[in-house]
Design a protein around this ligand. Structure first.
Ligand code: EPU
Length: 419
């Protein structure tokens, strides 16, 4: 397993191009199962989770081809079985996203039930209950969700909790249902909107995506199209924090500033100057130490749980005391314990972390535990005194395209060493 070695202490400076969004690519790849003809997808990030999804589709018999520009063509006409096996689902929970499309298009799906995960229990009861309300017969048997339906029937769904992949799964299933489906308390994340735009281009009739009420008028069939995935707001936000934490100046390109509002607000509160254009954001913290800030995670458009760990790293070296409250996942504080090993002063009380900023962190061997936790350790390593070594970086490769190259481009002393 590879490791990352980071020699801290360099103020980052320069520009970095944001890749396509992981959390839009995964549902869009699953959504391609709904089309009668081949679908091509552009701006796809080169990530382990994308590779896993391609493998999942391939095992079902779907023809997936990839060109050198990471454009993926998905042709579901060759599908042999509607089956997502445990060995893939256990490595990537987002595999659950094939459930809705398979059921809607082919009338049956057997998808392994994801288990717990490093950041929380993450049940999929809302996905299952929603599909049942749409008329599916579902049995949980031998660790698998076994779903059957002749043709789904549109209905009104009120989601118990705001769930991103739950909203996406149900929205995809409803595209081919008979009649109209309304999803109340829907997730408003930009990735949900991107999926809806993709499905509409295929011929779906979805309105209201981006609000908490999405209406889907079912159609008979969907066609193959080309679609470019939106930029990754979490990857972009992570590089902005990298600029701020190192007291540097970093510009992210190929981004949508409007998707980063909550993050930009917090960077400004921390004392950074932030400028935006149509497709770029620049953070400037030169010559200053960040001020401690408080964050509380909540569904979009509020502060994202996927940026919580990165801001915890910022607070760890900030002036003052900051609190981080995690309201989405019950166990998303593993990075706090690792950062303590680098000298961070963090106290945990339930879902709240109280962080007393220190003047400097010191390098230590640390372990990545999940994707965003790993990103926060990289950020801490960028400012720590000495050489930080991060193990288990396969977590980072799930969601950050060539992170060491992008950071090196900004001046960081970082390298990947094979283990
Ligand atoms: N929940 C339920 N029942 C369900 C579904 C969700 O109780 O059936 C709960 C969850 O346990 C959690 C809350 O609802 O407490 C919200 O979870 P959500 O379903 O929104 O999370 P998700 O769809 O599994 C996506 C992203 C995550 C991101 C969350 C929250 C993808 C592929 N994953 O997960 O991304 O943290 O939304 O924004 O879109 C990441 O990229 O590092 C990552 C974990």
């Amino acid at each position: 397993m590879d490791k990352l070695q980071i020699a801290g202490g360099i103020a980052l400076e320069g520009e970095v191009r944001v890749s396509g969004a992981k959390n839009a690519t995964l549902p869009i790849l699953a959504g391609a199962l709904l089309a009668e003809g081949p679908v091509t997808i552009g701006n796809v990030p080169h990530l382990q989770d994308v590779t896993t999804t391609i493998e999942l589709l391939g095992r079902m018999g779907v023809t997936v081809t990839l060109d050198e520009h990471m454009r993926i063509e998905v042709d579901a006409s060759t599908i042999r079985e509607c089956f997502a096996p445990y060995d893939l689902v256990k490595t990537m929970r987002a595999s659950i996203l094939v459930l809705g499309p398979l059921l809607a298009r082919f009338g049956h799906a057997d998808v392994s039930l994801p288990g717990g995960c490093a950041i929380g229990a993450r049940p999929v009861n809302i996905h299952v209950a929603g599909l049942q309300a749409l008329g599916a017969a579902i049995h949980i048997e031998g660790g698998y969700i076994r779903a059957r339906a002749e043709r789904l029937r549109g209905t009104r769904l009120v989601l118990d909790t705001v769930t991103v992949t739950g909203t996406e799964n149900l929205m995809m299933a409803a595209t081919l249902a008979e009649g109209t489906t309304v999803i109340e308390n829907a997730a408003r994340e930009p990735e949900v909107v991107d999926l809806a735009l993709f499905l509409n281009r295929m011929g779906a009739k979805i309105s209201g995506a981006g609000t908490d009420r999405i209406a889907i008028e079912g159609v008979r069939q969907l066609r193959g199209v080309h679609y470019d995935v939106l930029p990754d707001r979490i990857e972009g936000g992570t590089y902005l924090v990298a600029g701020a934490i190192t007291a540097g100046r970093v510009r992210i390109k190929n981004t949508r500033p409007e998707h980063l509002e909550a993050v930009i607000m917090k960077l400004r509160e921390a004392g950074a100057q932030v400028g935006c254009g149509d497709s770029w954001v620049e953070v400037d913290m030169r010559g200053r130490r960040p001020r401690a800030i408080d964050v509380r995670t909540a569904p979009y458009p509020a502060f994202p749980t996927d940026m919580q760990a990165q801001f915890a790293a910022l607070d760890a070296v900030a002036d003052g005391v900051g609190t981080v409250v995690e309201t989405i996942f019950e166990n998303r504080f593993m990075h706090m314990l690792e950062m303590r090993r680098m000298g961070a002063e963090i106290r945990l009380e339930g879902n709240t972390a109280i962080i007393h900023g220190v003047q400097r962190l010191t390098a230590a061997p640390v372990m990545a535990t999940d994707l965003r936790a790993s990103a926060s350790l990289v950020l801490a390593g960028l400012v720590a005194e000495g050489q930080t070594e991060i193990e288990r970086i396969y977590h980072i490769d799930r969601g950050y395209e060539t992170i060491e190259e992008k950071l090196a481009q900004l001046g960081a002393r970082i390298r990947r060493v094979p283990h």
